[in-house]
Design a protein. Structure first.
Length: 328
């Protein structure tokens, strides 16, 4: 169940940032193939945002959704989008009811729906999440029928806990993966207690946890794994989960060595997230249909055994923790 939305979604969804921009070239046909492969493999939850390719991701998702029976009550698919990052400058004062109406109207048009299933604040400044007026404005969007439910996407554990305490927040999206374990301590228990959905993003640490990169791997100039490697454009935690690249490559080798027979390293990393109590859905991004299919199949793997879980915890404690745990 997707928290307080009342909608049921699968444990593996699809992240649709790649279908917009910022990951090198992904042509329109390729993007549609990713969406089709995911839905054909049983994915029912799609996560996008108004800024991914300045609306391109939303429009492609809308096209797919229209072909596949729609969203909303009775529709087979659930689409979550995000708003806030169109604000320029991106400051707390930009998060007004008027802006929310304009942003959601544009997303409704892009997605071709009257009512958005779920709109998430897109990593707003922390002050936005501590302000009553924010939630009052979001409640108004629900009353007006622009959105069926709202949630937040956040950077830090503190921001997640602030949002979970609000009565109508349906979902919290946060980075949770083998290299980012801090939400296990307080956020997942608090969300489970409150009935708030947890949407786990960046589950493969931007691809590191597939185990396929090495120290000499390069990425395209228009891929954030090149241009945001040190946080030059947005929070560095969104790129390789904030783990320094060479540290992440070495740690991913150790994760790969623990992948159970019959599972790839990426599937092992996804399964680890699915197994965490309190997780509602995990949203790996994909640039090919093959990746989307393989990721969807992680839903059917057996839970990881205790030995594997211990080994993955040791990789975190010994290699990764010092780089991320105190920061987010
Ligand atoms: N602030 C926010 O709210 C926010 C921020 C970030 C992400 N998100 C959401 O979370 C979603 C997921 O995060 P993400 O896309 O940043 O990172 P991710 O899911 O950790 O990594 C995606 C990358 O992993 C690689 N990959 C995926 N499946 C694979 C497979 N089966 N085998 C091998 N490699 C595979 C691909 O890299 P290659 O391109 O190298 O093939 C893909 O581009 C996004 O799409 C977006 O919807 C939200």
């Amino acid at each position: 169940m997707l928290g307080r939305t009342g909608r049921s979604v699968g444990v593996v969804g699809l992240g649709c940032w790649q279908l917009g921009a910022d990951w090198g070239e992904v042509g329109e046909d390729q993007a549609l193939a990713v969406l089709a492969a995911a839905v054909d493999a049983g994915v029912t939850f799609l996560d996008t945002a108004d800024v991914y390719g300045d609306g391109r991701s939303e429009r492609l998702v809308g096209q797919l959704v229209a072909e596949r029976g729609g969203t909303g009550p009775g529709g087979p698919l659930t689409v979550a989008t995000k708003m806030g990052r169109r604000a320029d400058p991106h400051v707390a004062e930009a998060y007004t009811l008027d802006a929310f109406r304009a942003w959601t109207d544009r997303s409704r048009q892009n997605l071709g729906v009257d009512t958005l299933d779920l709109v998430q604040l897109h990593c707003p400044p922390s002050a936005v999440l501590g302000t009553d007026a924010t939630y009052e404005a979001l409640d108004t969007l629900v009353d007006e029928g622009r959105v069926a439910a709202y949630g937040v996407s956040v950077e830090t554990v503190a921001e997640a806990l602030a949002a979970i305490a609000r009565p109508h927040v349906a979902s919290v999206q946060i980075i949770l993966n083998v290299f980012r374990r801090k939400p296990l301590e307080q956020v997942l228990p608090a969300a489970a207690e409150a009935g708030v959905a947890i949407i786990a993003r960046v589950p493969l640490a931007s691809g590191l946890l597939s185990g396929k990169y090495d120290e000499s791997t390069t990425f395209a100039a228009d891929d954030h794994r090149t241009y945001n490697r040190h946080g030059e454009a947005f929070d560095v935690g969104e790129t390789f989960s904030g783990v320094p690249y060479e540290v992440g490559v070495a740690a991913a080798r150790e994760v790969a060595a623990r992948a159970p027979a019959g599972a790839t390293t990426a599937q092992t990393a996804l399964r680890w997230i699915v197994d965490q109590p309190g997780v509602t859905t995990v949203i790996p991004g994909a640039r090919t249909g093959e990746q989307a299919r393989a990721n969807a199949a992680a839903a059917d793997l057996a839970p990881l055994d205790a030995g594997t879980l211990d080994a993955l915890r040791a990789v975190y404690d010994e290699r990764v923790r010092e780089h991320v745990h105190g920061r987010w």
